[in-house]
Design a protein around this ligand. Structure first.
Ligand code: GAL
Length: 464
């Protein structure tokens, strides 16, 4: 998880945010660039002189884009993509319908209500994997994108791992815009130095070694592992503990149908024991924090040593103020894999869908073309802390952290995140979340928690 810093990157981030994108080469035509999106550009764009005056002077048509990218660090990437869209498609204007709340906990509830009422946004953020396929496709809420993929060739620039996760019966259903890594442990080098804690090369190989480091941190009066509220951060920590305890193959085995890893067995039991111990090193006010950012900020402020969070935290740490903390890598913040997850890339991918029954399908297709494009992904991802879903983005536009993530993505064992929609559909995840919330009220009730997890697998129809 390391590589080199490029001053050019910072320049391009600034340039991208100012939308003078050609200076960084991000407008280079590509098979899915907004300059050449084949069938996805409404005919009105190609021949504006033929338009009736009334159409030419009409106000831009609103395109409602629904996400949860509102908070510090999160909003920057979306803003860059929206600005590029408004520039490329002046006949439309984005209505940003983002609902605050990291991990989408609030947004997904609002979305479910809107879908139930037959009022879909023009497009929404959906995680690749079971969130898209086992929830929105299964619920008959989104349309297949075969024509879009055929006309743009987008599928050819996606990693082989990703395409099946957005497809059902060979039909693609969403447009991935990023790849995030969830098993990153961010830390404050100064807090570690004061406690005389050294991270082994490559990271802590197991949770017990990490707990020993935590004892040293605790002795200096600092929090060892900062944690946010229940929304999603507890599940995020739990999945990292599980993967770091049982390894990639057994984690995968929890999600096969039927599972090859026993939800009632020793791997889950040891994971819960490690999770219970990890919780004992977290801040006592975790539940009262407003979101993931305040927990990450505890590390930035030197109040805590470590925080396990996806690499959207890198956007927050490194982006310019006021939205980001403008910290320098290796000085204000640093990173290592979550304990026990060296060589594993726990991944998730944000994508956008074409809803059934939306108000403005042409505008949606323009948004999808922008989201799929090289220029769109090169504007969005460097600010978001993610790497492109596309395989052809220019690494020079990215931070040192992200360049390392690109290398790890290519060489590590890749597994899917539960918290961020890859391995379980929304119903199964909700059942796990209910069990987890109950457990957090009394972390000594490990047996009940494990029983509830096994029951959730059964209700999901995966366990016998
Ligand atoms: C994830 C999402 C990321 C980031 C994160 C924190 O679910 O995929 O893009 O937004 O939540 O809010």
């Amino acid at each position: 998880m390391s590589s080199k810093k490029s001053g050019f990157t910072a320049f391009c981030l600034l340039v991208a945010s100012m939308l003078v994108v050609s200076a960084c080469g991000v407008t280079t035509p590509s098979i899915a660039s907004p300059q050449a999106p084949a069938t996805v550009v409404p005919a009105t764009m190609a021949a504006p002189v033929l338009l009736p005056t009334a159409t030419m002077t009409a106000l831009p048509t609103p395109v409602e884009i629904f996400s949860w990218w509102v908070g510090p660090g999160e909003a920057d990437g979306l803003a860059a993509m929206v600005a590029l869209f408004n520039h490329e498609y002046p006949q439309y204007t984005i209505v940003n319908a983002a609902v605050a709340g990291g991990g989408g906990t609030n947004a997904q509830a609002v979305l479910a209500t809107r879908l139930a009422a037959g009022d879909p946004p023009d497009s929404w953020q959906a995680h690749a994997g079971q969130e898209t396929i086992g929830t929105y496709v299964a619920g008959n809420e989104v349309k297949p994108l075969d024509d879009f993929f055929a006309s743009t060739g987008f599928g050819k620039v996606l990693p082989a791992t990703l395409l099946p996760l957005i497809s059902k019966d060979g039909h693609p259903y969403s447009v991935p815009v990023d790849i995030h890594r969830s098993n990153v442990m961010w830390y404050n080098p100064k807090v570690l130095a004061i406690a005389k804690v050294t991270i082994p090369v490559g990271g802590f190989t197991n949770w017990n070694d990490f707990f020993k480091a935590c004892d040293k941190i605790k002795a200096t009066g600092k929090v060892c592992l900062s944690l946010g509220p229940e929304g999603f951060t507890a599940m995020h920590l739990f999945e990292n503990v599980m993967i770091g305890t049982m390894g990639a193959a057994k984690w995968d085995g929890l999600w096969t149908r039927p599972p090859t890893t026993n939800w009632n067995g020793p791997d889950v039991r040891t994971s819960i024991a490690n999770f219970q111990k990890a919780l004992s090193y977290t801040n006592s006010d975790a539940l009262t924090l407003s979101d993931w950012q305040p927990a990450s900020k505890m590390v930035a402020d030197g109040d805590a040593a470590f925080n396990i969070m996806g690499d959207w935290a890198e956007g927050y740490f490194a982006n310019a103020a006021p939205n980001g903390l403008a910290l320098k890598p290796h000085v204000g913040f640093d990173w290592t894999p979550a304990p026990g997850t060296q060589g594993i890339f726990v991944f998730l991918s944000d994508s956008f869908v074409l809803p059934i029954g939306n108000k403005n399908p042409d505008g949606t297709m323009a948004w999808l073309a922008l989201a799929a494009s090289k220029a769109g992904q090169e504007a969005f991802n460097p600010l978001k802390g993610s790497i492109c879903a596309r395989t052809d983005c220019n690494p020079a536009f990215f931070s040192e952290y992200s360049q390392g993530a690109m290398q790890d993505w290519a060489t590590d064992i890749v597994v899917g995140s539960l918290t961020h929609g890859v391995v379980a559909n929304n119903n199964w995840k909700a059942a796990i979340d209910t069990a987890l919330k109950l457990y957090l009220t009394d972390p000594t009730r490990a047996d009940q928690f494990q029983g509830a997890l096994a029951a959730a697998c059964k209700s999901a129809g995966s366990c016998q």
